[in-house]
Design a protein around this ligand. Structure first.
Ligand code: GCB
Length: 598
């Protein structure tokens, strides 16, 4: 009996494993899905005391603001009314939409009415591209879910909860900073609150393709492999994968909700100089979805980064998701394009999307324009590395980022963290994240930006144990700004304990556009230009350098930057001002990228 039981348990555990969904079943390529936009004006109530959620005993209410109660008779006491309230644009942060909310961190309730007409055999999802930071979502007064993390998408299935005709969705958004959150309480960018990216009601066939991976396996250029995952399908259901331009179609079947496939093909490879993508068509008996997918390989060899087997030097720039000309969160494709056009003008083939996953639109536009991408989760500075919940949160954000962008050839680096302090719990935390990232996607490179370099005999020495964990080492170093005078930078030497590629993931200094003076006068364009000149000299001498992404494309809002008449709540390390004006340093970096001829 014992043996039987053992065999039974063993089989049970392997079946459970086989059925485990690798991701959260986040719908892919939502642009190609039938959907109703829930963007536009939402009614809003600012609720700093969370009165719409808790009663005076601090117990959650059953009739909170999410009920969207209406007066039935003149004597009714209801102390809120969405219909007469102010409104906010979605997508959009609240800080830049209402003067009173500029510094606000707390709860805002938002409500949107919409109509729905059911179709047979249809499943419906409420899909949020991002809400910062905590979202509790209610449909027609009923709580349907909660999500934490401000920069990744999430969805709730609402098929059985929608009503024919009028419906309303209420979202309680809370962007209070907390020690245990990811990011934690201090960060050098604005904590823009709200429903910052688009919201959709997506409808799909009951049995639908919910996820897929279509890529070249690591180091392979003559076979495209992957899997298609189907919700509400059954074993044996037919699934086909076609790449018309390559004249390839494979037919396969579902097993445990998933169909694996392999296509013999030699696609033209995606690269910055030729950002080629192919139309890929995935089909089941009830569903069809198309995507534009590029194919390339990425690897390291000693201190080199190899794209499609050839060494590449990453000429990059770091970018925050801040809207040009008006500040606030980027909300449109046009705004993404402005930022990316500037990076092109600079001569970049690479962008570091700091310090959190940017919108899917940004990634897709960048891919079309031929940028290699570093994508990061906000494991930033001193988060609680010994807190299990913090780890679960970071892991979830990592999983959502990889889930959304795993079919984007442009993304070559998953960054686990930025400027974290050395220590055992941090090493375990980030080590486990890296392991998770590799489990989900073994085709890309893992990195992290470090500011922990030691003083060696002859300059800086990279020996942080995290160097062991990553494939590519990111170094943030501010010679001429935070460390040392500008005239010491050109001579500064670097050594590394690791035979791995190094990217100078941040260098830079601040300048107010239009402010001129001597090259040793802080905040002048001349000073910033000098920082760039001398740091470029320094970087030329690092033989294990594989690229750089200086800090940063455009000035961005930060509440750590109060200096009046210079900063005024902006981090001024941009090469371009928030009004789109190019500072001298822009042209220094541009010239360097022009001359660097690989
Ligand atoms: C850093 C951080 C970045 C800051 C930057 C600065 O090292 O990674 O988030 O904004 O320095 O300007 O101090």
């Amino acid at each position: 009996i014992k043996t039987l039981l053992f065999v039974f348990l063993l089989t049970l555990s392997t079946t459970i494993k086989a059925q485990e969904a690798p991701f959260s079943d986040l719908l892919q390529n939502i642009d190609s899905r039938e959907k109703t936009s829930l963007n536009g004006l939402w009614d809003m109530i600012v609720d700093p005391l969370e009165n719409g959620y808790y009663n005076h005993r601090l117990q959650p209410k059953e009739d909170g603001y999410f009920m969207n109660a209406q007066m039935q008779s003149p004597s009714d006491l209801i102390e809120y009314n969405f219909d007469t309230s102010k409104q906010l644009m979605v997508p959009g942060d609240w800080n830049t939409q209402m003067d009173k909310l500029y510094y606000y961190e707390g709860t805002v309730w938002s409500k949107k009415d919409f109509t729905y007409t059911a179709k047979n055999d249809e499943a419906a999802f409420l899909y949020f591209e991002a809400v910062n930071y905590e979202a509790i979502v209610y449909l027609n007064g009923e709580r349907i879910g909660r999500h934490v993390g401000g920069y990744t998408p999430f969805q709730f299935e609402v098929t059985d909860k929608l009503k024919e005709g009028n419906n309303f969705v209420v979202v309680k958004v809370d962007n209070k900073r907390k020690r245990e959150n990811v990011p934690t309480v201090n960060q050098d960018w604005w904590n823009y609150g709200g429903i910052t990216r688009s919201v959709h009601l997506i409808t799909v066939p009951k049995s639908h393709i919910n996820d897929y991976s279509v890529q070249l396996p690591k180091g392979v250029t003559n076979a495209i492999k992957g899997w298609v995952s189907v919700a509400n399908g059954k074993d044996g259901d037919a699934v086909s994968i076609a790449i018309p331009e390559l004249k390839k179609t494979v037919n396969t079947v579902l097993k445990n909700g998933k169909a694996e496939f392999s296509i013999k093909a030699k696609p033209k490879l995606w690269s910055p100089t030729s950002p080629k993508t192919y139309e890929v068509v995935l089909k089941t008996a009830t569903d069809e979805i198309t995507d534009q997918i590029g194919f390339r390989t990425i690897a390291t060899e000693g201190s080199k980064i190899l794209l499609n087997g050839k060494q590449i030097f990453l000429k990059g720039i770091s970018i925050h998701e801040e809207a040009p000309f008006k500040t606030g969160r980027v909300v449109s494709v046009e705004e993404c394009k402005i930022l990316l056009e500037w990076a092109k003008e600079l001569g970049c083939n690479f962008i570091r999307l700091a310090h959190y996953p940017h919108s899917e639109a940004m990634v897709r536009e960048a891919e079309k324009m031929g940028f290699l991408i570093w994508s990061e989760i906000p494991v930033y500075w001193t988060i609680q590395f010994d807190n299990e919940d913090t780890y679960a949160n970071a892991k979830n954000q990592l999983t959502e980022m990889i889930s959304r962008d795993k079919n984007r050839a442009a993304v070559v680096l998953w960054s686990m963290a930025n400027e974290t302090p050395e220590g055992e719990s941090r090493l375990n935390f980030i080590g486990n994240l890296a392991e998770q990232a590799r489990k989900l996607d073994d085709t890309r490179l893992i990195t992290a930006a470090l500011d922990t370099q030691a003083q060696g005999d002859d300059g800086n020495l990279i020996e942080d144990p995290l160097g062991e964990v990553v494939d590519v080492i990111g170094i943030n170093a501010y010679c001429g700004w935070y460390a040392g005078a500008t005239d010491t930078c050109a001579q500064l030497k670097w050594a590394s304990a690791y035979n791995k590629p190094m990217i100078m993931s941040e260098v830079g200094g601040g300048a107010l556009y239009g402010h001129h003076g001597e090259k040793n006068e802080r905040w002048t364009e001349e000073y910033q230009a000098e920082v760039f000149k001398t740091n470029i000299e320094m970087m030329r001498n690092i033989d294990f350098l594989s690229g750089l992404s200086p800090w940063i494309l455009m000035d961005f809002r930060s509440s750590r930057r109060p200096l009046r008449r210079i900063q005024d709540d902006f981090n001024r390390k941009g090469l371009i001002s928030e009004q789109g004006m190019k500072k001298q340093a822009f042209f220094i970096l541009q010239e360097y990228y022009e001359k660097e001829n690989n």
